[in-house]
Design a protein around this ligand. Structure first.
Ligand code: PMP
Length: 460
């Protein structure tokens, strides 16, 4: 160990495999070390302050300095730092958090299963879909459908559901029995002159054709994020979920709503399912569940599924699934406090109050020569970069235009990232109107910087 360098940056390069990072580039540029935070801002080890444009990873909904969350964690750490919930054991924070989630659920839900991450909650949902169909004597009904550009996680099964090629390529994914249907991105995929309603009808009839081709008796579940955030902040076209759910119902296919990003106020309702009229059988939540101060996720299940689980235990015994840290009492105590704060400060009303200013700001950025479409809802939005506003042609991926825009934003004091052709914004939900104006002004400068750079490269 003695020959190891002692600067933090050099140690990072030498020791860490960074998630979702170009590892070769990282060896050149090193880490960006974040050391502190206050409200919607974070500070790096050079003392530079930034607006956290993505609330970390779409998760720190109450910002970076909420004392009540720290106190909730400290209280629980002093009382009982860890206990599990296997084999009938339980802890008070887990019990109370489950109760609160069921009270807040957008549709009647019966029980809650806790895990540590969004991926684990969705992975559990996949296993429950299979377990449920085995239990009710339909072992052939196992296929699961998600959408191209969906994001549901990175475990073997959830990365398979994720509809992004770079999550499959080179990882030998997807696994069997996972199907991907159309992405409901109206601006990009609608035919010329097609209305949102007609686009929704076409996509849902494609879905029905897929179900019929596979055999409805083999299709078990459909996973959907109310807004597909990581795939490009894709809001559903009008009537899409209404038509989609009619088809799922017709063929007895379960709906799992992935509320990992949309949950807890982000879209201007407590759940994205309320904003877009989803009536799911299971709901996965994570991220803002604890305002990201502790890792925790939850899967809510309805009465039909919960009854089948119970019945199955009567027949075969133990329900053999669970994570050591599922419902960790410190994480549960923090999540319970976060949900209490959301209710006390009425975070939903705040998002509804400031959301229009945020969406106006983003749409104004959409007039920039580099942007094809600016879209979003509540306090989440994205900018799609195009080479040609009329033909909607994107830039060649090798030019890394959105990636450069992310870097210019960082220079202008906003942390966000280019992802494919997108730069997204999803700040802490406590953001004020003045802070929104500041964020948009900085992004305008970052877009102008990107344009100058693109011109200097001869791209424009
Ligand atoms: N579902 C959605 C909609 C997500 O956005 C994410 C993470 N961005 C996940 C699941 C996976 O969550 P985690 O990274 O906590 O495993």
């Amino acid at each position: 160990m003695n020959d190891r360098p002692n600067s933090l940056h050099a140690l990072d390069r030498q020791s860490l495999v960074h998630p979702y990072t170009n590892l070769a580039v990282h060896q050149e540029v090193g880490p960006h070390v974040i050391t502190g935070g206050e409200g919607i801002y974070v500070v790096d080890d050079q003392g530079k302050r930034y607006i956290e444009g993505l609330a970390g990873l779409f998760c720190a909904g109450l910002g970076f300095s909420e004392p009540r969350l720290v106190e909730a964690a400290t209280r629980q750490l002093k009382t009982m730092p860890f206990y599990h919930s296997f084999a009938h054991k339980s802890t008070e924070p887990g019990i109370r958090l489950a109760e609160k989630l069921l009270e807040m659920a957008p549709v009647p839900m019966s029980k809650v299963f806790f895990a540590g991450s969004g991926s684990e909650a969705n992975d559990t949902a996949i296993k429950l879909v299979w377990y449920y169909n085995n239990a009710v004597g339909r072992p052939e009904k196992k296929k699961i459908i998600s959408r191209r550009k969906a994001y549901h996680g990175v475990t073997v099964a959830t990365a398979s559901l994720t509809g992004l090629p770079f999550n499959h390529r080179d990882f030998d994914l997807p696994i069997a029995n996972i199907l991907h249907t159309d992405c409901p991105h109206y601006w990009r995929f609608a035919e010329p002159g097609e209305s949102e309603e007609d686009f929704a009808t076409r996509l849902v009839s494609n879905l029905e054709a897929m179900i019929l081709e596979e055999g409805p008796e083999t299709v078990a579940a459909f996973f959907a994020e109310p807004v597909m955030v990581s795939g490009g902040v894709i809001t559903p076209p009008k009537t899409y979920f209404e038509k989609l759910q009619a088809v799922l119902k017709k063929y007895d296919i379960l709906l799992v709503a992935d509320e990992v990003i949309c949950g807890f106020g982000r879209t201007g309702n407590m759940f994205g399912s309320e904003t877009y009229g989803l009536k799911p059988d299971m709901i996965s939540c994570a991220k803002q569940l604890s305002a990201a101060y502790m890792p925790i996720s939850a899967l809510m299940i309805n009465e039909t599924i919960s009854d089948v689980l119970l019945d199955q235990s009567r027949k075969i015994g133990t329900f053999s699934h669970g994570f050591t840290y599922g419902g960790h009492p410190v994480a549960a105590a923090v999540a319970l406090e976060a949900l209490t704060i959301y209710q006390e400060v009425d975070i939903v009303s705040h998002v509804r109050a400031v959301g229009p200013r945020f969406q106006e700001g983003i749409r104004k950025l959409g007039e920039h020569p580099l942007i094809g479409e600016a879209r979003g809802v509540g306090l989440v939005a994205g900018l799609e970069f195009v080479k040609d506003k009329v033909t909607k042609e994107n830039f060649p991926p090798a030019w890394q235009v959105a990636n450069h825009a992310g870097k210019f934003a960082t220079e202008r004091g906003v942390l966000t990232r280019g992802l494919g052709d997108m730069v997204s914004l999803c700040p802490a939900m406590i953001i004020s109107e003045n802070e929104i104006d500041d964020l948009m002004a900085r992004m305008q400068l970052a877009l102008d910087d990107t344009l100058s750079w693109a011109r200097s490269q001869g791209y424009i």
